[in-house]
Design a protein around this ligand. Sequence first.
Ligand SMILES: Nc1ncnc2c1ncn2[C@@H]1O[C@H](COP(=O)(O)OP(=O)(O)OP(=O)(O)O)[C@@H](O)[C@H]1O
Length: 765
Amino acid sequence: MAESVRRVLGKPGSVDVRRYTKLLKAVGERETALRELSDAELTERAAELGNAEGPYDRTDLAELCAVGREAARRALGERPFDVQLVGVMALLDGHVAEMATGEGKTLAGALAAAGFALRGRRVHVLSVNDYLARRDAEWMRPLYDLLGVAVAWIGQESTREERAVAYTADITYASVSELGFDVLRDRLVTDAGDRVVAEPDVALIDEADSVLVDEARVPLVLAGAAEAAEADLEMAELVRRLRPKIHYEVDGEGRNVQLTESGIDLVERELGGIDLYSEEDTSVLPRVNLALHAHALLQRDVHYVVRDGEVRLINESRGRIALLQRWPDGLQAAVEAKEKVAVSETGEIFDSITVQALVLRYPTRCGMTGTAMAVAEQLREFYELEVAVVPPNKPCVRVDEEDRLYATPEDKEDALIEEVGTVHATGRPILIGTQDVAESERLAKRLADAGLECVVLNAKNDADEAAVIAEAGTYGAITVSTQMAGRGTDIRLGGSDMADRERVVETGGLYVMGYGRYPSSRLDDQLRGRAGRQGDPGSSIFFVSVEDELIAANAPEARHADVTAEGEITDSAWRATVDHAQRVAEGQLLELHRNTWRYNQLIDVQRGVVLEYRQFVLADGLGDRQLAVDCAEKHAELVEAVGEEEVARAAKLITLYHLDRGWTDHNAFLADLREGIHLRFLGRRNPLDEFNRDAVPAFTGFLEEARARAAETFEALEPQDGRLDVEVAGVKRPHTTWTYMVHEHPFSTEFESVVGRVKNVLGQR
Ligand SMILES: Nc1ncnc2c1ncn2[C@@H]1O[C@H](COP(=O)(O)OP(=O)(O)OP(=O)(O)O)[C@@H](O)[C@H]1O
């Protein structure tokens, strides 16, 4: 081990792990003595670590690792490797531990979580999905029991009561989205005791790069029901008649769509000769845009599926259906109209939080992932996190072959299928990673036509996917999957029981094939990492076409390369072009991340002001005190009639109502503002400055306004049977709420769509 540790020391940009490896000897020396202890004595030793406060000194750290190792050996039958303990120490120091796939991050994370918990810290272990949250919590439970710390998990189906209990545990496992939704719902309570999530303390983030970088910009949204949306069937019908490239153009990345001149003509004609851009009637253009977006950019089976008469979103990056998630109203209704299904309830957005803001609430953050170094700078810039590179337990012997590059997608696919046929004939298991669900299905069909039976992972639930991917290392298996499907699940050679391991090892181990490069090399590496775990043999290769979206959009010159009769591009210079295209895409994503974050920072400051005030109303009776001043006479009169307690209750509800109402409206205003910024962007001014210029004054007087409205409502209260009915006075809480995640909503507040539409406007002049 020492040798492998030495190999990575000093990797630029990473934390020096020598201070951890130096402790391993001391950890090892305690092992024999700890083996002599009874279980109860071991638990006692763990508890003693809680006698001190704050970070562990070196002696206690060695003790923690030794006790943790012994507990894991007894409770799970797995004795943590030295490198896992290095990971534990890095996590306890608040770093992101980079540990390759299959190195046992789950166990390392659990020991670190226990380490924090033993010192009285409350830990949230954040997973990428519910299935993993539950699996990992249950898997590690015997270990936590032996160490004397309480563990719990929550999932989409957990009730409010179950959540409240789960969050009181020392360590709570939850998916990032469920945690975010709970935080949002907590912001709306009218009783301090109804909140479920405890104060944020330690966040230990699994798949840290996915969560902190890929998903960072994703807003988690809490909305509430108002009335049913109108189905715009007229527009859905109209845009159905438009032809791509003639009536509308979609930009290279599929993020924006715009009508062409002839599209505008046709729409205007069909709507009885109106002027779409007339200043008098501005309501038609947004309707056309919404319908066109639903029609041209959102594809069935790629972005959503229609199941049981409902439109259900597919979480693109994970390739699975997201329950309870929907697009913001107009768009959801437009897709429902397109698919001719019943229109679901509409509502308004109460509040939202980005994954980044959610994580930044935690004073202590740490995480683990197989691919952190590639985003080390972003982790530092956005989260003040450093990466600690933990070497593998056994050196990785996987062979990463050079990309095979083709002129057209057809050539690429033919070559891939031929390669699958050849390799499959040797019995070697193959895993093919695709870009999305539709591509998986299409490829699977082509394979089947070629007599190659395969299993496809397609937007089923996470548990099913895990079961399927676990068998991907079986002799002769061909598995087709999106990049993320079944993540977190071990692919063991010879099947999940490893019965056939030797035979599969002889074939060369798992063969991972990428069907096109992903928008970041990190995602490529994650796919490659499916093979070659824990020193297993394996290899990886990507089949790329220069017409793949990534290359065509970012390095269009590659189209001019010379090709062989099979359509292959063998000149290695073009491979560099593929890398270049990927780097351009990575750069664009980073810029997007920065921009969204800049917008969100101001909104977060304003939100913080409202939430702080809300807390005073909720817990300290601020609303009642203010109303006693603002409406002195009425207040005295009501106290006389129904008593102080009842007046305080009503005052609190009224004040909270107007605060929440005001925030909902302000949110809507900010969203509109961001959408409208593009017009001013034409004047070549910085859109962010423009946004701030309006967003700041719009918030001025927010609290005073809420206070004045509360006074108005309060004045209207009438006692009835010794009670004050605030509903009669107009205080209506939402009767139902729902949550969703926003992925690249076109008319949203996303900067790219703002820029995209600036281009649209310019193009029409
Ligand atoms: N110290 C150990 N001794 C033996 N087996 C171990 C040890 N640590 C982990 N394992 C096993 O290694 C396998 C991989 O563990 P785990 O799933 O935690 O890896 P991972 O690093 O999280 O991988 P992924 O990147 O896929 O999430 C599991 O089957 C686990 O039981």
